[in-house]
Design a protein around this ligand. Structure first.
Ligand code: NQM
Length: 355
């Protein structure tokens, strides 16, 4: 027990919010660490009333950060999803939104020395054994949070955080298309099972009798659609090399429809049981990539720009998320680099209690 509390920083990362810890401030035994994090977040409880979680999967997230001992990296980042209403903590997925706060947290805690103007932080993402480079604004040795960058799903504007990836494909499934094809039939629905940073099952909303433009609340109230989507998810898990996914937060399930706001594709994402208020970042990257395969059931619904440098706007319930894809036929999966803009903000720094 820790009567004096544990150092903890709350940050908004992209369209999510989480508790950021230094690895050294948490127990090294994963089971002990997870018990402590459940207590800190107030899980399991739909309201998380006895903890600092926000009673939503998007605000019940944890970042564990340490100085990296790996050549070529500044810090190691482990993402943990703390389930709201189940006693589960999962390292089975990554999170591009919480990743957006890691660079600033590393500077705040003195793990990385800040440059004047901008600092690039090379991050090893432990969940998927992959790398990211975050470019953040810094001044006088500290992160700058105020700025002019806006992302949909967050009111106002903040300093930009640019995130770039060169090895996102096959992050958890071992291959971009784990079934070897962009069209796999499950329960009578043709799906694209894909992993470009996040395992996602991409499906046409119309195949569920839905438009794809429903609200989060409407979809969460649709018991029949949710049950069918969950059956497909449980069947997709082993096909995606993820094993039994009954207690995992992957794969995510995304329904798509033609875009309505001038973007490339419209989405509604089950993550995997609640519906996302917008869309996860790596989730959006996987969906955008699915649209590029002509034999995917969703390709015909998408409006993709021409050329090898594509800005793909993935539409979601609260706006759109733009992803830049740099294509190169010689690169693995045909993708040389993927990048996107996020913002992040320090909300609180102090000690959290778990007595
Ligand atoms: O896909 C939610 C989020 C995420 C994950 C989820 C994410 C990503 O919005 O990279 O960011 O899909 O569980 O934080």
């Amino acid at each position: 027990m820790t009567p004096d509390g544990i150092p903890c920083m709350m940050m908004r990362g992209g369209t999510s919010k989480g508790a950021y810890f230094l690895a050294d401030d948490l127990p090294s035994d994963p089971a002990e660490r997870d018990r402590l994090l459940l207590r800190i977040m107030g899980s399991p409880d739909a309201r998380q009333i006895d903890g600092i979680g926000g009673a939503d999967p998007l605000t019940s997230k944890v970042a564990v950060v340490r100085a990296s001992a790996r050549p070529g990296f500044d810090v190691d980042f482990l993402f943990l999803q703390v389930f709201v209403d189940q006693p589960l903590v999962s390292d089975g997925q990554n999170c591009g939104n919480i990743l957006a706060g890691v660079g600033a947290f590393a500077v705040e805690r003195g793990l990385v020395e800040a440059g004047e103007g901008e600092t690039a932080i090379r991050i090893y993402m432990e969940n998927t054994a992959q790398s990211a480079v975050a470019r953040i604004r810094t001044k006088g040795g500290r992160p700058v949070y105020a700025g002019e960058a806006h992302i949909d799903g967050v009111p106002g504007s903040s300093a930009p955080v640019y995130l770039a990836f060169t090895d996102a494909a096959g992050s958890s499934c071992g291959a971009l298309l784990p079934t070897g094809s962009a069209a796999t039939e499950i329960e009578g629905v043709t799906c694209t099972l894909i992993d470009n940073g996040m395992p996602v099952v991409v499906m046409r909303a119309a195949d569920f009798g839905l438009t794809g433009y429903e609200s989060r609340e409407e979809l969460e109230a649709n018991e029949a659609a949710r049950a069918r989507i969950e059956r497909i998810r449980l069947a997709a898990g082993p096909l995606m090399n993820l094993g039994d996914v009954a207690k995992k937060s992957v794969p995510k399930m995304t329904l798509v429809a033609p875009p309505t706001g001038g973007g490339a594709i419209m989405t509604r994402s089950f993550i995997p049981h609640r519906v996302h208020a917008s869309i996860g970042v790596f989730g959006a990257l996987s969906v955008a990539t699915a649209c590029m395969f002509p034999d995917s059931p969703v390709a015909a619904l998408a409006a993709l720009p021409d050329g090898d440098a594509k800005t793909v706007a993935v539409e979601h319930p609260t706006g759109n998320l733009e992803i830049l894809l740099l294509l190169d036929a010689d690169a693995p999966g045909g993708l040389k680099e993927c990048s996107f803009l996020r913002t992040a903000r320090k909300l609180f720094d102090g000690r959290v209690f778990a007595e």
